[in-house]
Design a protein around this ligand. Structure first.
Ligand SMILES: O=C[C@H](O)COP(=O)(O)O
Length: 252
């Protein structure tokens, strides 16, 4: 564990889930996050972009909101895309970039992810840069190497504790109910911390390193207590306020 442990962040990634009827859950998350039981972590929800305006009205600043992706450019002829500035205007203070589903569904490279992280900075938003190995890469003993390379190539120069969040999400743990061992998570997070400090200096001790991949109420306390795990990026279990708040309570 680093000496300057940052305030943890528990962020929910709703992926392509949620119509306006889901605002009730977002409201319940905001209400619950404001209560003492929810603990000390910063809480954020990254709903589909279509819900951001309504979500901002619903939560009234009680929790943070984020986008799930952005285009590197501020504006232009990019049909179907959304810019970091647009997300910022809708109330996003975080943008997830480089999620493995974007990398696999849309062929996103580390270089593109880096451009998206820069776009977030340009818009005054903190990127949550996602990295993580596939199961084959882990079985081949390459997990540390792969994630190290993704970190190096996906994060722009100039990262600080205030402008960057990193999420380690082993691809094989996402939505599967499987998680790495606590030792493997500790090893990876320690490795990422070391690499970030080598590149960005001591300030990187404060960069929040989230773990993501099948985080549930039942395993949250154990995972979130691991050294250099400064929060979670939660998929499925963030869709229901009861489950998501139970995860946040790991920091109570
Ligand atoms: O961004 C979130 C992750 O992909 C984790 O998803 P999950 O909690 O459903 O495994």
């Amino acid at each position: 564990m680093t000496e300057k442990a940052p305030r943890p962040l528990v962020a929910g990634n709703w992926k392509m889930n949620g119509l306006s009827s889901a605002l009730e859950e977002i409201g319940a998350i905001a209400d619950g996050a404001a209560s003492e039981a929810a603990g000390d972590a910063e809480v954020a929800i990254c709903p589909p972009a279509t819900l951001l305006v309504l979500a901002a009205e619903t939560v009234g600043g009680a929790i943070a909101l984020g986008g799930q992706d952005c285009h590197p450019k501020e504006s232009g002829a990019h049909t179907g895309d959304i810019s970091a500035e647009m997300l910022a205007e809708l109330g996003a203070s975080y943008i997830i970039v480089g999620h493995s589903e974007r990398r696999s569904d849309h062929g996103e490279t580390d270089a593109l992810v880096q451009e998206k992280a820069k776009a977030a900075w340009r818009a005054g938003v903190v990127p949550i840069v996602c990295v993580g190995e596939t199961e084959a890469e882990r079985l081949e003993g390459k997990a540390l190497e792969v994630v190290g390379r993704q970190l190096q190539d996906s994060i722009p120069g100039g990262a600080t504790a205030d402008n960057l969040v990193v999420a380690y999400e082993p691809v094989w743990a996402i939505g599967t109910g499987r998680t790495p061992t606590n030792e493997d998570i500790a090893e990876m997070h320690g490795h990422m911390r070391k690499l970030l400090i080598e590149r960005f200096g001591a300030n990187a001790e404060g960069v929040r390193l989230l773990y993501g991949g099948s985080v549930k109420p039942a395993n949250a306390s154990e995972i979130l207590a691991i050294a250099d795990v400064n929060g979670a990026l939660v998929g499925g279990a963030s869709l229901k306020a009861k489950d998501f708040l139970a995860i946040c309570e790991a920091y109570a």
